[in-house]
Design a protein around this ligand. Structure first.
Ligand code: SAM
Ligand code: SF4
Length: 331
């Protein structure tokens, strides 16, 4: 019988996010502090270790991988990693999430390595707000990076936007206009309590429904019906009625989708996490470096998935924030 990563709630896990570094050239306020301390290089999985783990995960039924970070494109050699991942049979979908800057120089190499799907984070089109959100004055370079990806032929290009009350409420429609004009698929992500500075509060996230209402008051939208694999998509998907460009909201806080979650994560230092909000994690890298065989690693993964939590508890009175912030987990 084919191996699979089944948990005690009957969820089968096929979608793995791999963080290749916790380092980043931005300091987004909803993610990390200005004086973030990064892990030493020796703590990070080497590319060979990442490939080794990926083969084990694929043997356990994973067929979708997203490379993320920190900022993945600050680590040299990501295109080569993508090329090698692409040679793993049964891996049918490889994608990357980036803040976009690295695309100016690396979009073509990533495309040539076989990558086709990319998510670029962009929360605002206003220079000043961009600088407040990321603590970097580089909005035009992110737009340039997006354009470089578009010119290479990436499809789809998704634009991830974290909507924050008090910062970007008034930009929701502008971002929608920007995305539809450029055929980018906009994805609004609700701000989650994974920031390092403890700025998250219930008054700070904008519920997905409010976002959709705002956009649809200007551009009529159609809800998309999801079938097959797409059912475990975290996004509620819509399209602009007039031009068909897709957009979505990821309402992790206001309408959690934990019941159909098929995601698991590997941090840059080789810790396996079954949920963004897990309070425990399983060290896979130390056993690998100490010579553990594949069966031992497989069993560690299978046991951790079997114990996966029912869902996050953001909305519960006993919610406890994980020790790791978003950039150290891999968003
Ligand atoms: N550096 C890359 C980037 O920004 O796209 C990849 C890593 S980043 C951690 C992945 C995604 O997580 C980004 O789209 C970012 O906006 C999102 N993110 C970071 N902190 C978040 C938070 N507290 N709540 C919701 N999304 C968050
Ligand atoms: Fe860096 Fe991405 Fe975190 Fe922003 S969200 S600080 S770009 S890792």
């Amino acid at each position: 019988m084919k191996k699979q990563l089944l948990d005690s709630f009957g969820r089968v896990h096929t979608n793995l996010r791999i963080s290749v570094t916790d380092v980043c050239n931005f300091r987004c306020i909803y993610c990390m502090p200005e004086d973030m301390v990064f892990m030493p290089d020796s703590a990070l999985m080497t590319y060979n270790e990442i490939l080794h783990f990926t083969r084990i995960f694929v043997g356990l039924g994973v067929n979708k991988i997203r490379i993320t970070g920190g900022e993945p494109l600050v680590r040299p050699g990501v295109p080569h990693l993508i090329e090698q991942l692409g040679q793993i049979d049964a891996l049918k979908d490889i994608s990357l999430t980036t803040n976009g800057i690295g695309l100016i120089t690396q979009a073509q190499a990533l495309y040539d390595a076989g990558l086709r799907r990319i998510n670029v984070s962009l929360d605002t089109l206003n220079e000043e707000k961009f600088e407040q959100m990321t603590r970097r004055k580089v909005l035009s370079r992110v737009i340039e990076g997006l354009k470089a990806a578009h010119d290479c032929g990436f499809n789809p290009i998704k634009v991830n936007a974290v909507a924050m009350r008090g910062f970007t409420d008034d930009e929701i429609v502008d971002l929608a206009t920007f995305a539809r004009q450029n055929s980018y698929q906009l994805r609004f992500i609700e701000f989650m309590p994974l920031d390092a500075d403890d700025i998250w509060g219930r008054n700070m996230f904008i519920p997905g429904k409010e976002i959709i209402d705002k956009i649809s008051s200007v551009y009529p939208l159609e809800r998309m019906t999801l079938n097959g694999d797409a059912k475990s998509d975290t996004a509620q998907r819509f399209r602009f009625a007039d031009n068909g460009t897709e957009l979505g909201v990821i309402p992790s806080v206001s309408e959690p989708f934990c019941e159909s979650c098929n995601r698991i994560r590997l941090t840059a230092d080789g810790k396996f996490r079954t949920c963004l909000f897990s309070l425990t994690e399983t060290d896979l890298l130390t056993p690998l470096r100490e010579g553990a065989d594949d069966e031992t690693i497989e069993n560690l993964i299978i046991d951790a998935v079997a114990k996966k939590e029912a869902g996050h508890k953001i909305n519960a009175a006993d919610f406890v924030k994980p020790e790791r912030n978003m950039s150290r987990i891999g968003g």
